[in-house]
Design a protein around this ligand. Structure first.
Ligand code: BTN
Length: 239
Protein backbone atom coordinates (compact mmCIF):
# COMPACT_ATOMS: atom_id res chain seq x y z
CA UNK A 1 0.00 0.00 0.00
CA UNK A 2 1.20 3.50 -0.81
CA UNK A 3 0.76 6.12 1.92
CA UNK A 4 0.38 9.81 1.03
CA UNK A 5 0.72 11.99 4.13
CA UNK A 6 -1.16 15.32 3.98
CA UNK A 7 -0.43 18.11 6.46
CA UNK A 8 -3.98 19.41 6.56
CA UNK A 9 -7.17 18.51 4.73
CA UNK A 10 -10.89 18.84 5.41
CA UNK A 11 -11.44 15.08 5.51
CA UNK A 12 -9.34 12.24 4.12
CA UNK A 13 -12.54 10.50 2.96
CA UNK A 14 -13.70 13.62 1.10
CA UNK A 15 -10.27 14.05 -0.46
CA UNK A 16 -10.12 10.38 -1.48
CA UNK A 17 -13.58 10.64 -3.10
CA UNK A 18 -12.58 13.84 -4.94
CA UNK A 19 -9.36 12.24 -6.23
CA UNK A 20 -10.82 8.79 -6.81
CA UNK A 21 -10.26 8.68 -10.61
CA UNK A 22 -6.53 9.36 -10.25
CA UNK A 23 -5.78 7.29 -7.11
CA UNK A 24 -4.57 3.74 -7.56
CA UNK A 25 -6.04 0.82 -5.64
CA UNK A 26 -4.18 0.51 -2.35
CA UNK A 27 -3.45 4.22 -1.92
CA UNK A 28 -3.82 5.50 1.63
CA UNK A 29 -4.43 9.19 2.30
CA UNK A 30 -3.36 10.06 5.84
CA UNK A 31 -3.76 13.49 7.43
CA UNK A 32 -1.84 15.13 10.24
CA UNK A 33 -4.83 17.43 10.64
CA UNK A 34 -8.45 17.13 9.51
CA UNK A 35 -10.40 20.38 9.61
CA UNK A 36 -13.81 18.83 8.87
CA UNK A 37 -13.47 15.13 9.69
CA UNK A 38 -16.66 13.25 8.95
CA UNK A 39 -18.26 10.62 11.19
CA UNK A 40 -21.25 8.33 11.00
CA UNK A 41 -24.76 9.77 10.63
CA UNK A 42 -23.46 13.16 9.46
CA UNK A 43 -21.54 13.75 12.70
CA UNK A 44 -18.22 15.56 12.81
CA UNK A 45 -15.10 13.60 13.78
CA UNK A 46 -12.91 15.83 15.96
CA UNK A 47 -9.31 14.98 16.72
CA UNK A 48 -6.42 17.02 18.04
CA UNK A 49 -4.05 17.85 15.14
CA UNK A 50 -0.88 15.75 15.01
CA UNK A 51 -2.02 13.34 17.72
CA UNK A 52 -4.04 10.61 16.07
CA UNK A 53 -4.31 8.41 13.01
CA UNK A 54 -6.88 9.73 10.52
CA UNK A 55 -6.65 8.06 7.13
CA UNK A 56 -8.60 6.62 4.23
CA UNK A 57 -7.74 3.47 2.30
CA UNK A 58 -8.76 3.48 -1.37
CA UNK A 59 -9.70 0.13 -2.87
CA UNK A 60 -10.84 -0.31 -6.45
CA UNK A 61 -12.56 -3.00 -8.49
CA UNK A 62 -12.98 -5.47 -5.65
CA UNK A 63 -16.00 -6.65 -7.67
CA UNK A 64 -17.79 -7.65 -4.50
CA UNK A 65 -21.58 -7.69 -4.81
CA UNK A 66 -22.99 -4.71 -2.88
CA UNK A 67 -24.58 -7.14 -0.39
CA UNK A 68 -21.07 -8.28 0.59
CA UNK A 69 -19.79 -4.76 1.31
CA UNK A 70 -20.14 -5.66 4.99
CA UNK A 71 -17.00 -7.78 4.55
CA UNK A 72 -14.95 -4.55 4.36
CA UNK A 73 -16.42 -3.61 7.67
CA UNK A 74 -15.42 -6.99 9.17
CA UNK A 75 -11.91 -6.60 7.70
CA UNK A 76 -11.27 -3.06 8.96
CA UNK A 77 -12.76 -3.78 12.40
CA UNK A 78 -10.73 -6.94 12.95
CA UNK A 79 -7.57 -5.22 11.71
CA UNK A 80 -7.97 -2.29 14.12
CA UNK A 81 -8.73 -4.64 17.02
CA UNK A 82 -5.65 -6.75 16.25
CA UNK A 83 -3.47 -3.65 15.81
CA UNK A 84 -4.53 -2.50 19.29
CA UNK A 85 -3.96 -6.00 20.68
CA UNK A 86 -0.43 -5.87 19.25
CA UNK A 87 0.09 -2.91 21.61
CA UNK A 88 -1.23 -4.91 24.56
CA UNK A 89 -4.74 -3.43 24.51
CA UNK A 90 -7.81 -5.67 24.52
CA UNK A 91 -10.29 -4.20 22.02
CA UNK A 92 -13.85 -5.10 21.09
CA UNK A 93 -16.09 -4.26 18.15
CA UNK A 94 -19.22 -2.33 18.96
CA UNK A 95 -21.39 -3.36 16.03
CA UNK A 96 -21.10 -2.46 13.28
CA UNK A 97 -17.66 -0.84 13.33
CA UNK A 98 -16.79 1.20 16.39
CA UNK A 99 -13.82 -0.13 18.29
CA UNK A 100 -14.08 -0.01 22.06
CA UNK A 101 -11.64 -0.55 24.89
CA UNK A 102 -13.05 -1.01 28.38
CA UNK A 103 -16.40 0.51 27.40
CA UNK A 104 -14.86 3.56 25.70
CA UNK A 105 -14.55 4.37 22.02
CA UNK A 106 -11.00 4.37 20.63
CA UNK A 107 -11.74 4.20 16.89
CA UNK A 108 -14.50 5.00 14.43
CA UNK A 109 -14.87 4.18 10.74
CA UNK A 110 -16.69 5.63 7.77
CA UNK A 111 -16.76 3.32 4.75
CA UNK A 112 -18.05 4.86 1.52
CA UNK A 113 -18.57 2.74 -1.60
CA UNK A 114 -19.38 3.47 -5.21
CA UNK A 115 -21.33 0.86 -7.17
CA UNK A 116 -21.06 -0.09 -10.82
CA UNK A 117 -24.08 -0.67 -13.07
CA UNK A 118 -23.83 -4.40 -12.29
CA UNK A 119 -24.40 -3.73 -8.57
CA UNK A 120 -20.80 -4.55 -7.67
CA UNK A 121 -18.38 -2.36 -5.71
CA UNK A 122 -16.37 -0.16 -8.07
CA UNK A 123 -14.44 1.71 -5.41
CA UNK A 124 -14.37 1.78 -1.64
CA UNK A 125 -12.99 4.46 0.65
CA UNK A 126 -12.36 3.05 4.09
CA UNK A 127 -11.94 5.98 6.48
CA UNK A 128 -10.51 5.17 9.88
CA UNK A 129 -9.83 7.38 12.88
CA UNK A 130 -7.80 5.79 15.68
CA UNK A 131 -7.17 7.82 18.83
CA UNK A 132 -3.47 7.33 19.45
CA UNK A 133 -1.70 10.06 21.43
CA UNK A 134 -4.58 12.36 22.44
CA UNK A 135 -5.16 12.24 26.20
CA UNK A 136 -7.93 14.80 26.68
CA UNK A 137 -11.32 14.63 24.98
CA UNK A 138 -13.17 17.73 26.17
CA UNK A 139 -16.27 17.24 23.99
CA UNK A 140 -16.50 13.47 24.40
CA UNK A 141 -17.31 11.75 27.69
CA UNK A 142 -16.84 8.26 26.33
CA UNK A 143 -13.57 8.37 24.36
CA UNK A 144 -10.18 6.85 24.99
CA UNK A 145 -6.85 6.50 23.17
CA UNK A 146 -3.92 4.14 22.90
CA UNK A 147 -1.85 6.52 25.05
CA UNK A 148 -4.52 6.57 27.76
CA UNK A 149 -4.67 2.77 27.71
CA UNK A 150 -0.92 2.09 27.81
CA UNK A 151 0.68 5.25 29.23
CA UNK A 152 2.97 5.39 26.17
CA UNK A 153 3.13 7.66 23.13
CA UNK A 154 3.53 6.47 19.55
CA UNK A 155 5.10 7.72 16.33
CA UNK A 156 2.23 7.90 13.87
CA UNK A 157 3.99 6.99 10.60
CA UNK A 158 5.30 3.55 11.65
CA UNK A 159 2.09 2.89 13.57
CA UNK A 160 0.10 3.38 10.36
CA UNK A 161 2.41 1.04 8.47
CA UNK A 162 1.97 -1.63 11.15
CA UNK A 163 -1.79 -1.25 10.94
CA UNK A 164 -1.78 -1.50 7.15
CA UNK A 165 0.22 -4.74 7.24
CA UNK A 166 -2.46 -6.27 9.46
CA UNK A 167 -5.25 -4.83 7.28
CA UNK A 168 -3.64 -6.15 4.10
CA UNK A 169 -3.38 -9.66 5.53
CA UNK A 170 -7.11 -9.68 6.34
CA UNK A 171 -7.99 -8.13 2.99
CA UNK A 172 -6.49 -11.18 1.30
CA UNK A 173 -8.94 -13.28 3.37
CA UNK A 174 -11.93 -11.01 2.78
CA UNK A 175 -14.38 -13.79 1.98
CA UNK A 176 -13.08 -16.25 4.56
CA UNK A 177 -15.00 -17.92 7.35
CA UNK A 178 -12.03 -17.03 9.57
CA UNK A 179 -12.62 -13.28 9.13
CA UNK A 180 -16.28 -13.65 10.07
CA UNK A 181 -15.54 -15.80 13.09
CA UNK A 182 -12.82 -13.47 14.41
CA UNK A 183 -15.16 -10.47 13.95
CA UNK A 184 -17.95 -12.34 15.77
CA UNK A 185 -15.61 -13.31 18.61
CA UNK A 186 -14.80 -9.66 19.29
CA UNK A 187 -18.34 -8.33 19.65
CA UNK A 188 -18.76 -5.79 22.45
CA UNK A 189 -21.53 -6.79 24.92
CA UNK A 190 -22.02 -10.25 23.42
CA UNK A 191 -24.09 -12.39 25.81
CA UNK A 192 -24.33 -9.52 28.32
CA UNK A 193 -27.86 -8.31 29.20
CA UNK A 194 -28.12 -4.60 28.33
CA UNK A 195 -30.57 -2.01 27.02
CA UNK A 196 -31.18 -1.32 23.34
CA UNK A 197 -33.25 1.19 21.42
CA UNK A 198 -35.13 -0.28 18.46
CA UNK A 199 -35.18 2.67 16.06
CA UNK A 200 -37.82 1.06 13.83
CA UNK A 201 -40.45 0.82 16.56
CA UNK A 202 -38.92 3.54 18.77
CA UNK A 203 -39.03 1.14 21.73
CA UNK A 204 -36.36 0.55 24.35
CA UNK A 205 -35.90 -2.94 25.74
CA UNK A 206 -33.58 -5.22 27.67
CA UNK A 207 -31.85 -7.77 25.47
CA UNK A 208 -28.75 -9.83 24.82
CA UNK A 209 -26.56 -9.76 21.72
CA UNK A 210 -26.48 -13.29 20.38
CA UNK A 211 -24.14 -12.59 17.47
CA UNK A 212 -23.90 -11.30 13.93
CA UNK A 213 -25.34 -12.97 10.84
CA UNK A 214 -22.97 -13.55 7.89
CA UNK A 215 -24.83 -10.73 6.08
CA UNK A 216 -23.83 -8.37 8.88
CA UNK A 217 -27.16 -8.06 10.71
CA UNK A 218 -26.96 -7.87 14.50
CA UNK A 219 -29.00 -10.51 16.33
CA UNK A 220 -30.43 -9.38 19.67
CA UNK A 221 -32.66 -11.61 21.81
CA UNK A 222 -35.19 -9.56 23.72
CA UNK A 223 -35.30 -10.77 27.34
CA UNK A 224 -39.05 -11.22 26.80
CA UNK A 225 -38.17 -13.90 24.23
CA UNK A 226 -38.28 -12.36 20.73
CA UNK A 227 -35.38 -12.50 18.28
CA UNK A 228 -34.54 -9.32 16.37
CA UNK A 229 -32.15 -8.89 13.44
CA UNK A 230 -30.97 -5.37 12.71
CA UNK A 231 -29.31 -3.64 9.83
CA UNK A 232 -27.17 -0.57 10.30
CA UNK A 233 -29.07 2.39 11.81
CA UNK A 234 -32.00 0.22 12.94
CA UNK A 235 -30.85 -0.13 16.56
CA UNK A 236 -28.72 1.80 19.01
CA UNK A 237 -26.99 0.72 22.17
CA UNK A 238 -28.00 2.48 25.35
CA UNK A 239 -24.64 3.07 26.95
C1 BTN B 1 -17.60 7.57 13.43
O1 BTN B 1 -17.35 6.83 14.37
O2 BTN B 1 -18.53 8.37 13.47
C2 BTN B 1 -16.77 7.45 12.18
C3 BTN B 1 -15.54 8.29 12.26
C4 BTN B 1 -14.64 8.15 11.03
C5 BTN B 1 -13.48 9.10 11.10
C6 BTN B 1 -12.46 8.86 10.02
S1 BTN B 1 -11.01 9.84 10.28
C7 BTN B 1 -10.44 9.45 8.67
C8 BTN B 1 -11.65 9.46 7.77
N1 BTN B 1 -11.91 10.80 7.27
C9 BTN B 1 -13.05 11.28 7.72
O3 BTN B 1 -13.51 12.42 7.46
N2 BTN B 1 -13.66 10.39 8.49
C10 BTN B 1 -12.90 9.16 8.61
Amino acid sequence: MKILWLDSIDSTNSEALRRLPELECGTVLAAREQTAGRGQRGNTWFTQPGCNLTFSIVLKRLLLPAADAVRLNFCASVAVAQFLESKGVNAQVKWPNDIYVGGRKICGMLIENTLGPDGRLMASVIGIGINVNQVEFPQLANATSLALCTGKSYVLEPALEEFLDIFDAWLSKLSSEELFSVYSSKLFRKAVPARYHDLLSNQEYQGVIEGVEPDGRLHIRNLDGGDYYYRFKEVSYIL
